[in-house]
Design a protein around this ligand. Structure first.
Ligand code: NAP
Length: 271
């Protein structure tokens, strides 16, 4: 029996584009009311109108910068004041930078950690009682294939996603005997606006996944009677992770260093 999202209220962060917007679409298609959070108001309002028209679900738009201190607590008190208690949380908002570490802008790194790590922990802690108290609670934290090995030139992003993966799997354990379903989701390079920030080199030469494929993987995993603590998107990626367990830490980081190296330009032949 697929998980029944009807009558649920799911808060999706980073819903103004990419994977977050697709979570909103597929969850609305399955009957969940939504709270959409991001900074770009016009995008969120247009998506809310689309989902109301297509699926008749109630959509609340909250325009918020999640890197601001106290953002999670303010969101919760605003929702509770309106009588809204989320039954689901999708911590999806995030970005990455693709630069050798000694060239990174310290302010940018602070923002990256604030969004990719701090906001995930604060939103989860703020809403965990609501989620656990719901008949059908879900918590999905979007990690990445970058969570599984150190990623040279995306050192902070890879470490942030390793945090999300570890944090979420621990919460899966803590809640395995409750009604709350907890899942860490790891896409590989996906066709979204992510690379507008990270730069196209961050995608490497791999074939891009689609947001539809990513979100279907997550929702299908939650449909299972016993959802796993985490899931990677794509059969090939799951196979790579299984094989990767045979490699040493040194072999893994050496391989990732090669894969994330800037493409070498062809040298003109020596005269
Ligand atoms: P995206 O299209 O760039 O979406 C990122 C979302 O995060 C946007 O909705 C953006 O909305 C929101 N966001 C950024 N900064 C924010 C802030 N300070 N406060 C609130 N919201 C903020 O990229 P995406 O690929 O869908 O990324 C979604 C998640 O997937 C991220 O966690 C990313 O790390 C992860 N992921 C992506 C890939 C990939 O290849 N695309 C692979 C693995 C994992 P606003 O700009 O409107 O605020």
């Amino acid at each position: 029996m697929p998980f029944d999202h009807r009558g649920c209220l799911t808060l999706v962060t980073g819903a103004s584009s990419g994977i977050g917007a697709e979570f909103a679409r597929q969850l609305a298609g399955r009957g969940s009311d939504l709270v959409l959070v991001a900074r770009r108001e016009e995008r969120l309002k247009a998506l809310a109108a689309e989902l109301l028209a297509a699926h008749g679900v109630a959509v609340t738009v909250l325009v918020r910068d999640l890197t601001e201190p106290g953002a999670a607590a303010r969101i919760a008190s605003e929702l509770h004041d309106r009588g809204l208690r989320p039954t689901g949380l999708v911590n999806n908002a995030g970005f990455g930078t693709h630069t050798p570490f000694d060239q990174e802008d310290p302010d940018r790194l602070r923002t990256e950690i604030a969004l990719d790590v701090q906001a995930v922990v604060e939103l989860t802690r703020t809403f965990i009682e609501d989620l656990r108290g719901a008949d059908r609670g879900i918590l999905i934290n979007v990690a990445s294939m970058a969570a599984y090995t150190p990623v040279p030139r995306m050192a902070v992003y890879g470490a942030a996603k390793a945090f999300v993966l570890s944090f979420t799997e621990a919460l899966w354990y803590e809640h395995r005997h409750t009604r709350l379903r907890v899942l860490a989701l790891s896409p590989s390079a996906t066709e979204t606006e992510f690379f507008d920030t990270a730069g196209s080199e961050a995608a490497g030469s791999q074939r891009l996944q689609t947001p539809q494929q990513v979100v279907e993987t997550a929702l299908r995993a939650l449909d299972r009677r016993n959802p796993p603590p985490s899931i990677a998107v794509g059969r090939m990626n799951r196979l790579m992770l299984a094989l990767g367990r045979l490699a040493s830490r040194k072999q893994s980081v050496m391989l990732m260093g090669k894969l994330t190296a800037p493409a070498r330009r062809k040298q003109p032949a020596a005269q």
